[in-house]
Design a protein around this ligand. Structure first.
Ligand SMILES: [Zn+2]
Length: 436
């Protein structure tokens, strides 16, 4: 103990003057670069009506002013998007950068058994670049599917500017009790990897939360249920994974450490259990009932529907999966009417990053009853709030990070325009500019 204390004191003495001199050097650097964007149509994420011919002034990585019309200050570079629609950078609140499609159990097992975690992390960095290229400047990655804490590494590499990608919040390993998540079905003589961290008992739950947060988890994710099936009452039921005491311990400990909890919950029983435990977001939620929808509204819990993945895997999985897509559509329409906070999330990684643009999700939301403006909000300003980043992302206004995208057509007329983003800026840096 003494030795460690001594070293800390020494480090303090040595490091402090260095920090001061670094700060001093920074003040002598050139002032942050100023750029102006001329937007033909601006959907700022706040107003219901687009602003015509808007001027967005950017200094360094932040937006400093947004005005209808007006001229850029002399000498400031202007990016001409006068024929385009500019909107806030998109936010996907449910992704798996470390996964590349798992329609069948074989797809999943192969990745965990035959690909090393370093290899998967390389593909994860590639997937982050694809997401950014598609206009997603912020993502919540909801577990690594057996790749341990590699999401933290990808997040760090992006934040350090080593590889291009969205701003990230990450959930690391996710949790189920022992035996309730793949890989399963292998000989007991083999030690195979597991897609989550197995967690048992109240003390085990608290320890696992502490451990995941120690290694960089911004979110704790747990699997509330499995074995989804319809019963005679027509409701989608499921087997609940954790005891109420365990689930409550996960939520309580996570909140105590200042983090939030996302629960995978597909069947009505899993959804009810997650709501009892006090989670912050329900993931998937196909089996939402009238009662659980009311509870989402009452408790202000977010719903992340991930319709894209459901529609994508249903044909390959067969069984009840197709029925579940229809069920979720009905739940979506009820939830929308009752005012549930719906945050856009796709489960990208559950489908191949290279095969499908995650912005497809917006198309489903409009097909299911949202106005295009509501759909855009569900993928910008609403998730910003879920992530606790309302002061940083989700709208185009002074003080926010300069994260914005542009489409050549009008997404308010054709929501599929969001699948053809032509311009991407993150933190004031242009990552894509395919002309007007
Ligand atoms: Zn997922």
């Amino acid at each position: 103990m003494m030795g460690r204390y001594f070293r800390m004191v020494l480090a303090g003495v040595l490091v402090m003057p260095l920090m001061i001199s670094t700060c001093g050097a920074q003040t002598k650097e050139a002032p942050p670069k100023k750029v102006a964007i001329r937007a033909g149509r601006l959907i700022d994420g706040k107003s219901d009506t687009p602003i015509a011919n808007a001027l967005i002034l950017i200094e360094g990585d932040k937006i400093v002013a947004v005005t209808p019309g007006g001229a850029a200050p002399a000498g400031v570079e202007v990016i001409d998007l006068s024929k385009a629609t500019v909107l806030p950078g998109l936010v996907d609140t449910h992704t798996h950068l470390l996964l590349n499609g798992d329609i069948t159990a074989d797809d999943y097992d192969t990745q965990l058994l035959k690909e090393s975690i370093p290899y998967r992390a390389v593909l994860g960095a590639r997937n982050a670049r694809i997401a950014l290229d598609h206009g997603f400047t912020t993502m919540r990655d909801l577990e690594t599917e057996g790749a341990m804490y590699a999401d933290v590494d990808i997040k760090t590499a992006i934040a350090n500017g080593e590889v291009p990608g969205p701003r990230m919040q990450v959930a690391t390993r996710a949790m189920t009790p022992t035996g309730m998540y793949p890989l399963l079905g292998y000989s007991w003589e083999l030690k195979v990897p597991t897609g989550v961290q197995y967690v048992d008992g109240v003390d085990g739950a608290r320890k696992a939360v502490r451990e995941q947060v120690m290694f960089g988890a911004d979110w704790i994710k747990y699997y509330s249920d499995r074995h989804y099936h319809f019963e005679a009452d027509g409701v989608l039921h499921s087997m609940v994974n954790f005891t109420d005491e365990e689930a409550k311990a996960i939520v309580e400990e996570t909140h105590r450490l200042g983090k939030k909890v996302a629960a995978h919950a597909i069947g009505s029983d899993g959804i009810a259990a997650a709501l009892r435990a006090g989670v912050d977001s329900i993931e998937h939620g196909d089996g939402l009932t009238d009662a659980s929808i009311d509870e989402l509204v009452k408790k202000g819990v977010y719903w992340v529907p991930t319709i894209t993945v459901g529609a994508y895997v249903a044909p390959g999985r067969g069984g009840d999966w197709t029925k579940m897509v229809d069920l979720e559509k009905a739940a979506f329409q009820k939830a929308l009417k009752k005012g549930v906070k719906i945050a856009m999330g796709t489960d990208a990684g559950g489908f191949d990053w290279k095969g499908l643009n995650q912005a497809k999700e917006f198309e489903y939301y409009v097909e299911y009853g949202m106005t295009p403006m509501q759909a855009i909000r569900s993928g910008t300003v609403v998730p910003a709030d879920l992530l606790g980043w309302s002061d940083k992302v989700g709208t185009i206004e002074a003080g926010k990070w300069a994260d914005l995208v542009a489409t050549s057509g009008d997404p308010l007329k054709d929501i599929t325009e969001l699948q053809r983003v032509k311009f991407v800026m993150k933190g004031g840096a242009v990552y894509k500019n395919e002309g007007k």
